[in-house]
Design a protein around this ligand. Sequence first.
Ligand SMILES: C[S@@+](CC[C@H](N)C(=O)[O-])C[C@H]1O[C@@H](n2cnc3c(N)ncnc32)[C@H](O)[C@@H]1O
Length: 292
Amino acid sequence: MKRFSAAAACLFAVGLIGGAAIAQDIEKLKTGGPYVPTPQIVVEQMLKFGAVNEKDFVIDLGSGDGVIVLTAARSYKASGMGIDIDPDLVRQSNASAQKYGIADRVSFVQLDVFKADLSKASVLTLYLLPGMMMNLRSKVFAELKPGVRVVSHDYHFGDWSSDDSIGFDVPEKEAITGVPRATLYKWIVPAKVAGKWTIKVAGGETYELALKQRFQSIVESSATSGGKALKPQSVSVKGAEISFMLADGKGVARFSGRVDGEVMEGMVELAGGKTMLRWSAARTLSAPVSME
Ligand SMILES: C[S@@+](CC[C@H](N)C(=O)[O-])C[C@H]1O[C@@H](n2cnc3c(N)ncnc32)[C@H](O)[C@@H]1O
């Protein structure tokens, strides 16, 4: 089994790419970094933070000795897959899965993370250098289904702000990385709602809604009904769930619902909650989500 060198661990701790290190480590640092294991206590926290359960399929990108996926399967009965470029680590991880009797639920594949198929993931975990995180960001954002929880140890996706984060002391990390703390970041992959939508409320109004989106934030919105402009308020996307308010002279309509690709549907509350009606919407013009 290849272990990280002290030099590589040090570079990992400070998140540097390049610099003077052993040739093998430099080669690894050009990718996602050397093999530096997440301590078991941090693995447990990552899985709790990601609310992993028996229905989940956990993918760990750069899976090392497989500890994250193996723990998800053993402690939470999840299924999963680990992907690592290092064939020895992949062999070792598959051997561990056999040893624990969970090889029917988890497997490890030798592959460059950029070539990984992420479509089965309901939870994605990462412990990769900052440069790699940034290079992977658009793949993670584009390929994961809305609602997938992404949990990363220590490194984040730059200005794709996390939806939640926690930090805690981990004295045993001092010996491995020189830093006795761990930070965990969590993102809920948002539905892509940028573009124009026609909303129909059952037996009632039709609205035109236009949305501009940057990562999980709606940065601009406008709406019309019967040619009259309305101001959308509190437009929010969380995973596949969307909510917004549309105000006209008659009052405020509070929409909540789910996005499924090119359609959305849900319930709208009118007249201060006295009336609840079904609504549905179809996208009439698609627009890219900004990552600038
Ligand atoms: C810091 S270790 C994390 C291991 C494990 N996820 C954990 O948290 O214990 C990073 C792992 O990513 C792997 N790696 C680096 N670049 C990679 C790439 N381009 N594709 C697949 N794996 C890669 C390394 O071999 C190493 O095992």
